[in-house]
Design a binder for this molecule. Structure first.
Ligand code: COA
Length: 184
């Protein structure tokens, strides 16, 4: 499987290479779909547990108590990602800076592409669609321990801005983070 081509191509088992970029859809998730998001969140949290201390509860789920807010609080936007109609990830966007008290800043709270769809430029395409759809000032945060995430955001933001955007380190709750600031 090819990785990091940035071309959103899908290598079929036949060896035929099919373009996928135009097949990527970022769709507002409805209240009815909150269980879909909760299920995908479990896969995301499991990935994160490789480099961040999180445990499942006694019921065997990580859980995400804030998820319900995405359908009750107008400053939060939940999105599902589909590729050729199949579920391929999700994005949770919220308004309000985690670094300052600036309420106008847009923040990506969570961002996830299912493993089957990674390394084909889909994450970048999804991020670009979100930034075009929600214009404004963004602060993209990533934990330093998430090396792939750091690399991904650097590439995705540079691709969107047309030039590299520098990041700055900060610390919150004993966790080292990196943040990229730009306008879409
Ligand atoms: C990080 C993540 C979103 C990347 O999605 P993706 O669809 O594979 O990303 P893309 O194919 O669009 O990659 C874009 C760029 O990021 C870089 N990148 C992506 N994954 C990477 C990895 N695991 N290691 C190093 N670089 C990586 C690639 O080099 C690529 O650059 P290029 O195309 O110029 O070579 C996906 O792996 C994921 O959901 N991970 C778990 C959750 C997470 O870490 N979310 C983001 C941080 S909050």
């Amino acid at each position: 499987m090819g990785f990091g081509t940035g071309t959103a191509e899908f290598e079929m088992t036949t060896g035929h290479v099919e373009s996928l970029q135009s097949d990527v859809e970022v769709i507002a998730a409805t209240l009815d779909q909150r269980f879909v998001l909760a299920n995908l969140f479990e896969l995301y949290a499991h990935d994160f547990s490789e480099f961040h201390d999180v445990d499942v509860g006694e019921e065997g789920r990580f859980g995400y108590p804030q998820l319900a807010l995405y359908w009750s609080d107008a400053s939060r936007l939940p999105f599902l990602v589909r590729v050729k109609g199949k579920l391929a990830g999700f994005v949770l966007v919220k308004r309000g800076s985690e670094l300052s008290d600036d309420p106008a800043i847009w923040d990506i709270a969570e961002f996830f592409i299912l493993r089957r769809y990674r390394g084909r430029g889909i994450g970048s395409e999804v991020a670009h669609q979100v930034w075009r759809r929600v214009p404004g000032r963004w602060e993209i945060r990533v934990m330093e321990s998430n090396q792939a995430g750091c690399e991904f955001w650097q590439r995705a933001i540079a691709g969107f801005a047309g030039a590299p955007v520098s990041s700055r380190p900060y610390e919150k709750g004993g966790v080292a983070w990196r943040t990229f600031s730009f306008e879409s």
